[in-house]
Design a binder for this molecule. Structure first.
Ligand SMILES: Nc1nc2c(ncn2[C@@H]2O[C@H](COP(=O)(O)OP(=O)(O)OP(=O)(O)O)[C@@H](O)[C@H]2O)c(=O)[nH]1
Ligand SMILES: [Mg+2]
Length: 193
């Protein structure tokens, strides 16, 4: 797939604020600071389309982007961010869980994992959740540019044994663009039917 058009549509803090369930959605999920928003900018080639930050907890709403006038990319708030209070954490967890469980137009969930720490407890919980609800998901190992050769082999091995139902595992670097064409090729399968 080639992305020729990408534009921010809407931010929502509750399911009631989401757009109508009319087009397929590719949803980006993962721990806070794993690189979801950066990946979205790298995939679309539009710098600043999704807001990024070196401080975790930048994305706090469900953000919709219209792509090629055909489908949506959805940037989710990250989970596992230690600095937010218990009440806020619980509210986000509930929002994320109900979104993934109920939203009927989700075609694919792309779960981003930091390739340096690929299977932290909250990530394993997310994988279990996706598998329990039988949601189609693929894995992206982010910040691949930061890994040594040995770590690359290890990360891949850990993922293959943890995310057993993943449709794909892609190594990605938003900085070098590595993995971009591979990931976009996987998307074709979930959009054009
Ligand atoms: N080295 C490297 N750094 C990256 C890469 N992708 C993202 N980063 C950095 O990781 C930090 C977090 O990126 P974001 O895209 O804001 O992360 P996020 O997952 O959207 O975070 P939240 O919105 O807090 O959930 C930023 O400092 C990015 O520059 C990558 O591929 N390589
Ligand atoms: Mg973000």
């Amino acid at each position: 797939m080639k992305i020729t058009f990408a534009s921010f549509l809407i931010s929502a803090s509750a399911l009631s604020g989401l757009p109508e369930e009319s087009s397929p959605e590719i949803v980006f999920a993962g721990r806070s600071n794993v690189g979801k928003s950066t990946l979205l900018n790298s995939l679309t080639g539009v710098k600043g389309l999704a807001k990024t930050s070196s401080t975790p907890g930048k994305t706090r709403l469900i953000n919709y982007f219209r792509i090629n006038n055909e489908f949506y990319f959805v940037d989710l708030p990250g989970y596992g961010y230690a600095a937010v209070g218990q009440a806020e954490k619980a509210a986000w967890g509930h929002l994320l869980a109900s979104f993934i469980e109920r939203r009927r137009t989700i075609s694919l969930i792309v779960l981003l994992l930091d390739s340096r720490h690929p299977a932290m407890q909250s990530d394993r919980a997310m994988i279990d959740f996706l598998e329990f609800h039988e949601r189609p998901y693929g894995i992206v190992l982010t910040k691949y540019d930061k890994l040594t050769q040995k770590e690359k082999v290890q990360a891949r091995r850990i993922m293959e044994s943890t995310a057993t139902k993943a449709k794909f595992i892609v190594n990605y670097s938003s900085f070098s663009g590595k993995g971009k064409s591979e990931l976009l090729a996987h998307f074709d399968h979930y959009i054009s039917q």
